[in-house]
Design a protein around this ligand. Structure first.
Ligand code: BG6
Length: 489
């Protein structure tokens, strides 16, 4: 692994939502914890006319809004502020790119530049090309691309080819911030640093697997981006499929990026691509209408933007299949949505029923479940059958859950935020937690078939009331297999 060299950051989209909510707070934390080399500069680039002082004020506001009070230290901010600069840059105007070198001065020659593209993906190609033609890309320059890369397979390939004409593959870092989450990485530890589960991790013992990423937030300020994207492109193509890969992949040769990629790709390429007819029965889409979430009345999706008509899905539930030896016959249910009743991400492994019950016919045996909670707090629950204590002649059983609680020493320190971890990895050139273009393409191929099926088959866009668990059709998706979504209190 390369050591930490001095570098500069240029953040395209430097005044945008992602930069202010995630990237600059992540860089602030790296500063606070002593991980930013002394000479590192951070240049925000965007179209707004701002000077350095005005930009610092916007960044400070973003930090205060997004960092818990106890972590915001005035002395850290003073040092951090010294690193910040702003340039007015329009990706359609190549001459404005000259301001990058002007802003970085001598340090442009002296140290590596990391270009962080926090812009809509349709600008990735153009920005890379201009960086190249302006002589702003050196052998050691790196580029970071935020998901989603493209809007379908074709656009993703085009972006990738253009970026690759300017940057070497090893210098292209494609971010899926779910891979930077500590708890997501812990999935690898759960599966591959323990012997307990792996022998059971297959179709012989597992009946179905559910992956849910549930959000209470709506779309609000991101309406324009989201309306072109929808839940399938925004969440499933990247975060959900990456989670699925980590849950379903075989044992990698080692924990390096190449070995992980090989196993993740096998999963993605084994996923059954749905025909348009199959999409109708296996991929539900829906949009929220006004309702109440956590006691607050919320508008419907369309009302969030002046009641503009839209058929963008804010909820998706999909029944997926992985056609390989390990998973043949095991449905994978994926579900994600905005304005659901609770915010959490979890993986539920439901095991098979006992082959034969020795208990009285009146005793209903509930299959074991392993529930892996990824956020907001990490946790593992194991559902098992338990005897009800007592002298009664007939053995009585009830399902109970065992909650595995992590020891304090693992929870008392602040876990690094996903972007903090990933930016740090870009600085040291470690690509383990980044996504390879081949994975992205395999994921698009699978998602594109769903979008095609929705359009061709005129699959209805269901509605669901904000604050509910989605449309009835999502329940039918599991019910056809005799299964049901794991219930929450
Ligand atoms: C982003 C999506 O990638 O992930 C957002 O664009 C979504 O729509 C977000 O809200 C969820 O991330 P997290 O870390 O809050 O689960």
């Amino acid at each position: 692994m390369a050591s930490l060299e001095s570098c500069n950051f240029v953040v395209f989209g430097g005044t945008g939502d992602l930069a202010l909510r995630k990237l600059l707070p992540a860089l602030y934390y790296l500063e606070r914890d002593g991980h930013l080399p002394a000479a590192t500069k951070i240049v925000g680039a965007a179209r707004q006319p701002l000077d350095d002082e005005a930009y610092s004020a916007i960044v400070a506001e973003g930090l205060v809004a997004n960092i818990p009070k106890q972590h915001y230290e005035q002395s850290v901010w003073s040092t951090f502020k010294q690193r910040l600069a702003y340039i007015e840059l329009d990706s359609a105007l190549p001459d404005t790119f000259d301001r990058i070198q002007a802003s970085l001065g001598d340090s442009f020659e002296q140290q590596r530049t990391i270009y962080y593209l926090s812009t809509p993906p349709d600008l990735y190609g153009q920005i890379s090309t201009t960086l190249g033609s302006k002589g702003l890309v050196r052998e050691n320059s790196r580029i970071v691309l935020e998901k989603p890369i493209g809007t379908d397979l074709c656009s993703s390939v085009a972006i990738s080819q253009t970026v690759a004409t300017v940057f070497d593959q090893e210098n292209i870092f494609r971010i899926d911030h779910y891979l930077g989450k500590e708890t997501v990485q812990n999935l690898l530890a759960l599966r591959f640093a323990n012997t307990l589960f792996e022998p059971l991790w297959n179709s012989e013992h597992i009946s179905n697997i559910q992956i849910t990423v549930s959000e209470t937030v709506g779309v609000e300020r991101r309406w324009d981006y989201y309306n072109d994207s929808g839940a399938l492109r925004d969440m499933v193509q990247n975060h959900m499929l990456q989670l699925l890969c980590l849950v379903a992949m075989g044992v990698p040769v080692s924990i390096d990026s190449e070995s992980l990629r090989v196993e993740k790709l096998k999963v993605l390429r084994s996923m059954k691509v749905l025909t348009p007819e199959e999409v109708r029965a296996n991929a539900v889409r829906a949009q929220y209408t006004p309702g109440v979430v956590n006691g607050t009345a919320e508008p419907g999706y369309r009302e969030e933007n002046d009641a503009r008509p839209s058929d963008t899905e804010t909820f998706v539930a999909i029944r997926a299949e992985i056609h390989n030896w390990r998973w043949r016959g095991v449905p994978f249910y994926l579900r994600t949505g905005k304005r659901l009743p609770a915010r959490f991400s979890e993986v539920v492994i439901e095991f098979k029923d006992v082959p034969h019950s020795i208990f009285p016919a009146s005793t209903h045996l509930v299959a074991n479940k392993l529930v892996i909670r990824l956020q907001p707090e990490e946790g593992i629950q194991l559902f098992k059958m338990n005897k009800v204590p007592g002298l009664s002649a007939e053995v009585k059983l009830v399902p109970v859950s065992l909650n595995l609680i992590l020891p304090d020493k693992l929870t008392e320190t602040r876990p690094p935020d996903a972007h903090e971890r990933l930016i740090y990895d870009v600085m040291r050139g470690d690509a383990t937690l980044f996504v390879h273009q081949q994975e992205i393409e395999a994921a698009w191929k699978w998602c594109d078939a769903i979008r095609l099926g929705w359009a061709e088959q005129r699959v209805p866009l269901h509605t669901y009331t904000a604050g509910s668990w989605g449309p009835q059709a999502a329940y039918q998706l599991t019910a056809v297999d005799g299964n049901s979504w794991h219930e929450h209190d």
